[in-house]
Write a protein that binds this ligand. Structure first.
Ligand code: SAM
Ligand code: SF4
Length: 499
């Protein structure tokens, strides 16, 4: 595509009226830097009693205010931190039980017009091989993901470029959902495709909503405006801070009510980021009636020919990263928390009991890499955005989770029955959805074990399923006969039966 055509496309991306309508009456944004600066001023750590009061609020599955979160951030006492970690784990259990959801990232395009200084895919990085997958190539990727690895959920990732605009995203969703691959006992398919892409206009988001996209994910990267301006050149689309901080408002107005937020940790002071993100959560509750469906925690990783990530000033240590996850679990108790394979196996093990609900596995972030590598990881850095920390297969990771007592859920039923947005969150908060989720987790785990598991994983997984079935028989006697009927049909090779 010619440079002038690309420039023209870039110049037409931002609809100013789709920013202005969301500003406060005085023209201010929902992130109030002065208020956050005030909260971050040195103050004594809160008393244990006060901390417990805040923890009780979190345990009632209500989002914390910014000042409550700031108080928790000031806790220094290690025993109190242990209490906070225990409450984080309990909240996860209360809302999501022992389920963990898994997915794979699918990179569709590495062309990007932006120049984010930390990203391997930035336009000025000549060391990266650029590709936009054709529909046939997408199909091949999905066949490998759904047919060989057994994934049911994807996060589809796109650079911002006219060749991967909304029409391309819509077509790629349709291609993805159409793939159905025979497996050992049944068939594999992608049942939920989430999208991680640049902010869009309301009409474009409506198109994606009609295509059945799952969660719409946009990470803010940093809520720190000055740092944002340094990292995202002003002559790029991404250089417009406000276009990004109101993208979830536009998604809601387009009818998309499962929206995923995140900070790219390592770009600015994480204390500021967490408080600003909480302002975003509360603003979404106010405007959308529900906060984010998920929060993600990307942490800066090395990327080819990207000096910025080598020694960033705001690099987040493992101990601080653990605090960030715990504080997020407490601050937004109902939301899903996603830790990706950017993190090492050891770090993911450490975070699992602290409230994480979703992790990817057997991930490959090279464009076109799943089909090309037969499902193996392609670590050639010139093909990918950054380097992954956890290269383990889904089979290995699922076995580890099962050994830790966690059931891997491939359930996507809630979304297909209209249980999304505020509806699903209300059900989760009250424990009502949890009852369906448990049943669907058992059924989808059984499907996966029969179709994809190694003998070792099948043995550990089946033992967990037997335990879960016995529990349901005791605790949900009314639902049990139907569950058992579905379970037997799945064991005989039927697929996609759900509550
Ligand atoms: N281009 C879209 C955008 O920027 O919103 C979506 C795709 S982008 C590849 C997805 C996310 O990757 C970004 O939002 C950013 O948080 C993350 N990312 C970029 N560079 C990274 C790095 N070096 N390490 C870890 N994550 C990174
Ligand atoms: Fe492009 Fe997204 Fe990378 Fe920025 S983070 S350069 S917008 S792919």
């Amino acid at each position: 595509m010619e440079a002038t055509a690309i420039r023209k496309w870039m110049d037409e991306r931002i609809a100013q009226d789709e920013i202005d309508r969301y500003l406060r009456p005085d023209g201010a944004d929902y992130v109030n830097d002065a208020e956050i600066a005030e909260l971050l001023k040195p103050q004594p750590a809160p008393e244990a009693g006060r901390v417990r009061e805040i923890l009780a609020k979190a345990e009632s599955i209500v989002a914390l205010s910014q000042s409550e979160l700031a108080e928790l951030m000031r806790v220094e006492d290690s025993e109190l931190w242990e209490e906070m970690k225990a409450v984080a784990g309990r909240i996860k259990h209360k809302v999501y039980d022992n389920r963990i959801v898994t997915f794979a990232p699918l990179y569709l395009s590495s062309k990007c017009v932006n120049n984010c200084v930390y990203c391997g895919l930035r336009a000025s990085n000549g060391a990266v091989v650029r590709r936009v997958l054709s529909q046939a190539e997408i199909e091949a990727e999905v066949r490998a993901l759904a047919g060989q690895l057994g994934h049911k959920r994807l996060v589809m990732v796109y650079g911002e470029h006219p060749e991967s605009g909304v029409d391309y995203i819509a077509e790629s969703l349709a291609t993805t959902y159409a793939v159905k691959v025979p497996t050992r006992r049944g068939f594999g398919q992608i049942r939920r495709a989430n999208v991680n892409a640049a902010p869009m206009k309301i009409d474009e988001l409506k198109v994606l909503h009609r295509c059945g996209l799952g969660t719409f994910q946009v990470f803010q990267e940093t809520y720190d405006r000055r740092q944002y301006a340094r990292l995202h050149p002003a002559n790029t689309i991404k250089g417009n801070f406000r276009w990004r901080i109101y993208c979830m408002h536009r998604a809601q107005d387009a009818g998309i009510d499962d929206n995923g937020c995140g900070v790219l940790y390592g770009l600015s002071d994480w204390h500021f980021e967490l408080l600003a993100q909480q302002a975003h959560v509360l603003e979404m509750e106010r405007y959308c009636g529900i906060g984010p469906h998920t929060l993600s925690f990307p942490r800066l990783e090395p990327a080819v020919n990207t000096p910025f990530v080598e020694n960033p000033r705001w690099k987040v240590s493992d101990d601080d990263f653990e605090k960030i996850v715990v504080l997020s679990r407490l601050a937004v108790p109902y939301t899903g928390l996603i830790i990706t394979a950017r993190e090492s196996p050891a770090m993911r093990r450490r975070l699992l009991p602290l409230g994480v609900t979703q992790m990817d596995a057997s991930s490959n972030i090279g464009v076109g890499a799943y089909a090309a590598e037969g499902g193996q990881q392609d670590q050639r850095s010139e093909r990918q955005q950054f380097e992954l920390g956890d290269p383990r297969s889904l089979d290995e990771v699922i076995r580890e989770w099962a050994e830790a007592g966690c059931i891997t859920s491939f359930c996507t039923a809630g979304y297909r029955c209209g249980r999304t947005g505020k509806c699903i969150m209300d059900l989760l908060r009250t424990g009502a959805e949890g009852k369906f989720c448990k049943l669907n987790a058992i059924l989808t785990f059984k499907e996966w074990l029969d179709d994809f598991a190694s003998p070792e994983t099948a043995a550990v997984g089946q033992a967990l399923i037997d335990q879960e079935l016995a529990q349901v028989a005791k605790r949900q006697p009314v639902a049990y006969p139907q569950l058992k009927a579905y379970y037997d049909r799945i064991a005989a090779g039927e697929r996609d039966l759900y509550f």
